[in-house]
Design a protein around this ligand. Sequence first.
Ligand code: SF4
Length: 281
Amino acid sequence: MRFIDTSLIYTAVYETICKISFVCDPQLHEAILEAQHRETEDLPREILGMIIQNHNYASEDIIPLCQDTGTTLIFAEIGTDIHFSGKPFSETIQAATADAQHDCPLRASIVLEPIFERNNSKNNCPAVIHYELVPGDKLRLLVAQKGGGAENMSFMKMLSPSASADTIVDFVAEGVIAAGSRPCPPLILGVGIGGNFEEAPLLAKKALFLDLNGHHQDPRYAELEKRIVAKINHAGCGVQGFGGNNTVLSARIITAPCHIASLPVAVNLQCHVHRHEEIII
Ligand code: SF4
């Protein structure tokens, strides 16, 4: 049994939210530089240059990468050999979220009630937390500040189990192309295939934490990832909707077993600030 004081988790989550809100992920920065080099049109190339400049200003002058500072999202993989001491786990995450929002400061972006009052929680709480128990004595936290624009354009469908790989490529590509400039391209795509009505979107969101430059271990799904990127980039929506060949920087797939009558497919769109980090304690 390993004991972890939740004050350690508080500090790690607080520091991570502050860091990812201001400092662009180096791999994403590199991917945007590469997109600028391969861009075929002048205006989107210029806009990619502005995005790169924005990364630099944000980290140098400690300005949020985007005015939409996002919803705090945590995937917590908790080793079953861990015993937590100190404040309760979820209370600790919410405290770190609230304090980071206050101290950075970050825009308060969460309303407590979705339709009528829509009153702002004023501290970015509650963070959205997903829990998973895993073997071992490590705690793995995947942390993101997820922007509303890209989240709003995410989608899922229960496809017919007879749907082909071509149908899935078309479904994903058509949804992303229809979103146009609204999710703030260039985009990262997480695609969840399989599971059920609630699992597929979680797989899609978790896929956003995979290596941007990696591919699925099964070559058939790796091929699907490449075809999705190629088809969308060929359609010409482009950077912030201004055309060119860089609507999408990466598409990653996670699959799961599913019912014989089902083929759920979910697509989570991530915008060009892609604020995320992995913490291992
Ligand atoms: S979707 Fe992303 S880039 Fe667009 S406004 Fe929201 S956080 Fe900013």
